[in-house]
Write a protein that binds this ligand. Structure first.
Ligand code: G3P
Ligand code: CA
Length: 333
């Protein structure tokens, strides 16, 4: 099973206690749009997600050379666009250190928005998602403003993530004021607006909180994290600078011996601290599912993601990120 980081780093949490009763249905967050079915972070992916019933659409955010927020999972764009096939940009290929990792490719901060708009999006995982790859070349890179406009027009929420905020601040292109300004301009600067702002880093969330009233979500993966999610005190501390917690899903429903195990205490601790819990990311392909939920042959075949979604809902989560929002909507029903 492919996971974001190694499973080994975080101690297994104890068996779950009872979770708090909820009055609302959990929200379905379309992760990078309906990114299992269309190239991620494109208008095509967002429009399909909305048609499938997603409550929120998720844009990851990076910055251009001329200071615009654009929607990409990372600032290196070789894996999700046709930039490598564009001779006019060949000389822009370079190697940089991003958050401690050496990365070679083409970077949004070296392109103006006008230049980026000439590129076309491609499926990141064509071997796993050949149906989505058929849409390669059909869509451009959206700006954050364009995605906000779409969300508002369709009546869904927006769930932006600040990507590499410390790195961009070091370039003199900070994400936080740009994001706060864009939300304010869209009339979304309030704690009741259909907005959650997420980040894997603590300080950018604190900085953003000084600039906007929009709700914040602390993301945590199974690997090393800047916050402690293995104790109730650690979870309580997160409530000092966020309104929600976005854990990698096995932190809520762990996998043991290739099967889903009993929920951890995470949801109960978070709710006691006043935090919503939105785990990520449920994907349908066998490659991303535990052994006992895999079906058919090969990593691209779809397994029983519905069982995983139902286990997360039963654990009391307040929402779930999925590359397949249609499955998440159906499982919730
Ligand atoms: O934002 C939730 C989830 O998207 C975090 O992981 O790497 O897919 O942005 P990533
Ligand atoms: Ca994200």
């Amino acid at each position: 099973m492919i996971t974001r980081r190694t499973l080994a780093a975080l101690p297994v949490l104890a068996a779950a206690g009872p979770t708090l009763a909820r009055s609302k249905l959990p929200i379905v967050i379309a992760h990078r749009g309906a990114s299992g079915e269309r190239p991620e972070h494109t208008r095509l992916a967002y429009e399909l997600a909305i048609a499938e019933g997603a409550d929120f659409i998720e844009p990851d955010l990076v910055v251009t050379k001329d200071g615009h927020l654009v929607v990409r999972h990372e600032n290196e764009i070789g894996g999700t666009t046709d930039v490598a096939n564009r001779p006019e940009f060949a000389a822009r290929k370079t190697t940089k250190t991003i958050d401690g990792e050496s990365v070679t490719g083409w970077f949004t901060e070296d392109f103006t928005l006008a230049e980026l708009k000439t590129l076309r999006a491609r499926e990141r995982l064509p071997q796993l998602r050949p149906g989505s790859a058929k849409f390669d070349g059909h869509a451009e890179i959206p700006t954050f403003e364009e995605v906000v406009k779409l969300a508002k027009a369709k009546g869904v929420g927006i769930y932006p993530e600040m990507k590499h905020p410390t790195y961009f601040a070091g370039l003199g292109l900070p994400l936080e004021p740009r994001l706060a300004g864009a939300l304010k301009a869209a009339g979304l600067d309030s704690a009741t607006a259909k907005v959650f702002v997420q980040c894997f880093e603590v300080e950018p969330l604190r900085t953003f909180g000084r600039l906007s009233k929009a709700r914040r979500v602390m993301l945590v993966s199974q690997g090393a994290a800047p916050v402690d999610v293995a104790s109730e005190a650690g979870i309580k501390a997160i409530a000092g600078f966020a309104e929600g917690l976005g854990p990698e899903w096995p932190l809520v429903v762990p996998v043991k011996d290739g099967a889903l195990a009993a929920p951890t205490p995470l949801v109960g601790w978070a709710h006691a601290a006043g935090l919503q819990v939105h785990p990520w990311t449920v994907r349908a392909e066998n490659a991303f599912l535990p052994k006992t939920l895999q079906r058919g042959a090969g990593p691209a075949a779809h397994g029983d993601a519905t069982a995983l979604l139902k286990a997360l809902y039963a654990a009391g989560v307040d929402g779930v990120f999925s590359d397949f929002p249609e499955l998440a909507v159906k499982a919730r029903a």
